[in-house]
Each structure stands twice: as C-alpha cells, then as structure tokens.
Design a protein. Structure first.
Length: 142
C-alpha cells in the first residue's frame, strides 16, 4: 500500500508513515487498543474529578447552612427586648420569662442575690456582642 499524499519533508519522528524499513509497522488494532485505554483512563479521571466536586459542593452547602443558621440566631438575639444601648465588646445575660418573652440584662445570674428584685425568669445564657454585630456565646447554664 503506497502513500498517495504529498511527499513528507519534515523530521522522521513526525512522519505520518514509516520512512525507514527499520521503523515499526503501524498496526491499526494496536492503535485502537491504545485509544481505548486512553478513553478508559480519561473517563476514570473525569469521574474522580466529578466526585471531588460533588464532595466540595456538599461541604459548601453545609457551610452555607451553618452561616444561615448563625445569622438567624444573631438576628433573633438582636430582636430580644433590651432596656439599654448595646455596646460591642460588652457581656449581656439573656433571661426567659414563663410567658416565653426574653430580655437582656447587664446583671449576671449570680449577681442578683436573694432580693425581691431578682427576676422570676430562667437564665438562658451570656452573650458578648462583637464589633461585627454578631453574638458569641460566653456562658450557657449547666
């Protein structure tokens, strides 16, 4: 079988056909096997990359859920009744009355003492207001 195209003038290693009788014969079956192996390897690589992306997406979804949950909690704490101006860096103590209403106080549960002014509310926790207007839990009742 003769090559019917133009005569190749480039380097021998790039020739589309053998240029020496010592060159290996081009076997179409072997070339098809190599192509099939390459397809299999590429499919495995793509599947691995897609699996990694799926894991990263699940992790990002979980992180987004945590951020939304923290934002909702911060918003709820900002809506709690408070009879004073909240200052970042300050510690605030959250109490809940029996009727379900909540309020912030500057007085910690152990500072009330046995006075008639002690609240009839349950201590929920102590929170610090951060500069970015988020709340950090400092103390939770045991």
């Amino acid at each position: 079988m003769k090559y019917k195209g133009e005569k190749y003038e480039g380097p021998n290693y790039r020739s589309p056909y053998p240029v020496s009788r010592l060159a290996p014969a081009i076997d179409l079956v072997e070339m098809a096997r190599v192509v099939a192996e390459a397809d299999d390897i590429l499919a495995l690589q793509a599947a691995g990359k897609l699996r990694l992306l799926a894991e990263q997406m699940a992790a990002l979804q979980e992180k987004a859920r945590q951020i939304l949950q923290a934002t909702q909690q911060n918003q709820e704490l900002h809506r709690v009744r408070c009879a004073f101006r909240k200052v970042p860096g300050q510690l605030y103590h959250l109490y809940r009355r029996q009727d379900g209403t909540s309020f912030f106080s500057l007085v910690a549960p152990d500072e009330w003492g046995a006075t008639e002014n002690a609240p009839t509310a349950r201590f929920v926790g102590s929170y610090r207001l951060e500069a970015d207007q988020s709340w950090t839990v400092v103390v939770t009742p045991s």
